[in-house]
Design a protein. Sequence first.
Length: 431
Amino acid sequence: MPAFRAARGTRDLLPDETPRWSRVERLAADLATRYGYRRIETPMFEQTAVFERGVGEVTDIVEKELFRLSPRSEESESWSLRPEPTAGIVRAYVQHGMQTWPQPVKVYEIGPMFRYDRPQAGRYRQFWQFDVEAIGDPGPAVDAEIVELGMRFLTDTGVSGVSVLLNSIGDGVCRPAYIEELTAYYRQHIDALPPTERDRLERNVLRLPDSKDPAMAAINADAPRITDRLCDACAAHFAAVRAHLDALSVPYRLEPGLVRGLDYYTRTTFEFYIEGREGQQQALGGGGRYDGLVELLGGRPTPGIGFGIGLDRLLLALDEQASPGDDAARDAPTAVVVGAEPAATIERLRIATLLRADGIAARAELGQRKLGKQLEAAARDQAHFAIIVGDELANGDVQLRDLPAGTQKAVAVADLGREVARAHQAHHHGS
């Protein structure tokens, strides 16, 4: 056994795995940009208060899963690794005066998050998310746009059978009366509540419908539903969200028990599931509206909505479904430069460098082995072309071999980049 290993709940992404990740990340970035969302990068750690205030102190994330950093003796500030991106993005929105920008501010982020969670399939202590946020628009249309964007991303990656669970959890107008009713209901069942949920009953009763404890399933099944108690404004907003989703042909199912586990949510909440796999640990991602979060973090009252999709769990789903699209994600070079003279590494490297400058993915054979072995390695790499450097180089030529086709011809080095690009493009278009 090696002396040092990756920390429990983390893993290394090896070069054979990263092409699939790169493909999914490119899809996410390209899609978000197409929808008018711009990239933002926030620090991987924040003041702990950002998460306590934004996510909520009475949540699993803050109570059990927050990675708190041990401060140096000269620092009094408490810091924590980010467990989710929204609170940090809203902190940046407030700090940098983005409320003065044209609204809404639409951003996306792709990166690692950290939770001290119990390691299991699809759940790691360091995990990756694709996150999309629209801050400054209160209307139902942007809710539908966000949901449709998330669905399109999942569809474009190749995962099949995805549907949306949809709910509204009201706002500050209708929720107080609901909280009173919910509290009264759970107090009737207090003897059956697990200790953690009994404590939350007094501190934040809205966490109980979101409980992951199996002992709560039967109790929660009969709990009052806020969708039956929405105020007129929240009911109208929710009806408009559904009308927009219907117009976009986005499949969804109403789920009155869907609360989401973070304090900042208001009105629209949703989760993405593979059909038949609905459950607390099976969501590919989700999100909702957070109209009070900007104010919680020191800004003016500002509406917002967003989602996060877990890339780890998405790739696990693609593996289980054996998506053929993932096979095409391998980072194969377009060309490998080989040579008849094993020791002539200078010329092979020079020609590969010229190809790279022309935007072509090229690898040079820098080991001093025979030509046959070099060609075998190029074929194993699934390269389209082998560029053979031989005696013709004295006249400014090399041999361009199409490995799948088995054909070969002389090409001037000066024309090599254009010829490789043309032939590779023609191959991809079947001509």
